[in-house]
Structure formats: structure tokens, C-alpha cells
Design a protein around this ligand. Structure first.
Ligand SMILES: [Zn+2]
Length: 149
């Protein structure tokens, strides 16, 4: 498959200088050509008469709701709180803003508050604290359009 200056679209994967790259932006240039902008490469000027290889067919816009993603196309990530590991709970701690000492991380906020009272009792000028909450998060690859149910 191939595309030319008329058919190329942002998001297409094209072979430029021997490497498949994703088109991040397109600009028209005088004479009918297009300037192709990539993420980590110099822009490439596509002349009106030239074609570029693509890794596979591109679904016609509006014809198929399941656009097949070309091999090597970027996939998006989704992030959410959570963990694969039940041993990685949300934990709390208190940190003294004067000296930087921190209470143990525990699943309950109570031990940190007890630690804070004791710390302030021993160090009467240490009166400012941060409550630190540690929440596990995960990043996962979004399902690709070809494998969506
Ligand atoms: Zn302190």
C-alpha cells in the first residue's frame, strides 16, 4: 500500500528514509506537495508526484467503524489507581516539615497521627506536617481497535 500528497493523513504510518514513521502533522507546500512532520525526525517534503509505502491498507473514513491500526502504530495508554498486587495498599504517613522525619507508612492514618503527637511533644517547635498518601497506580495499554470486542 502507498499514499501520496493527496491521500496522506495525520496518523498514517509511512516509510520515510527507510524507516516507518507516524505522521504527526501535515502542512501544504506550494506546488501541491505536503510537508510531513514526525515526532523524532526531520520533516519530510512529499512531492505531488511521489508516493510513500505504508505497512497496510487504511480503512476508508466513515465506512468501517473498526479502523485497523497499522502495525507499529502508536497505542494510547490509560492510567488508573489500582494494583495487580493486593500487597500494595494505599498507605498514609505524616512527615515533619521542619526536620523531614516521617512516620511509618501504614494503611490506617491513626499511627501517623500518634507519631505526630509524640514528635511534636519531643520537639515543641516542630509544628508543621504533611500527610503523605501513597496510592498505587497502573498504566496499561488501551485495547487496540482491532482487538476491541
Ligand atoms: Zn520534626
Amino acid at each position: 500500500m502507498s499514499v501520496n500528497a493527496q491521500t496522506i493523513r495525520i496518523g498514517d504510518v509511512v516509510r520515510v528514509r527507510g524507516t516507518f514513521r507516524v505522521v504527526r502533522d501535515l502542512r501544504s507546500v506550494p506546488g501541491g506537495g505536503r510537508l510531513l512532520v514526525f515526532t523524532n525526525a526531520r520533516p519530510f517534503r512529499l512531492n505531488p508526484a511521489a508516493t510513500l509505502d505504508t505497512p497496510g491498507p487504511r480503512a476508508a473514513p466513515g465506512r468501517s467503524p473498526q479502523r485497523s491500526a497499522p502495525a507499529g502504530a502508536p497505542r494510547s495508554w490509560q492510567i488508573a489507581p489500582g494494583s495487580d498486587d493486593d500487597a500494595d495498599p494505599v498507605t498514609q504517613a505524616m512527615m515533619c516539615r521542619v526536620c523531614g522525619l516521617t512516620s511509618p507508612q501504614t494503611e490506617s492514618a491513626h499511627p501517623g497521627r500518634v507519631w505526630m503527637l509524640e514528635h511534636a511533644g519531643k520537639n515543641p517547635t516542630h509544628r508543621a506536617y504533611h500527610q503523605i498518601t501513597r496510592t498505587p497506580w497502573r498504566a496499561t495499554l488501551a485495547p487496540s481497535p482491532t482487538t476491541a470486542p
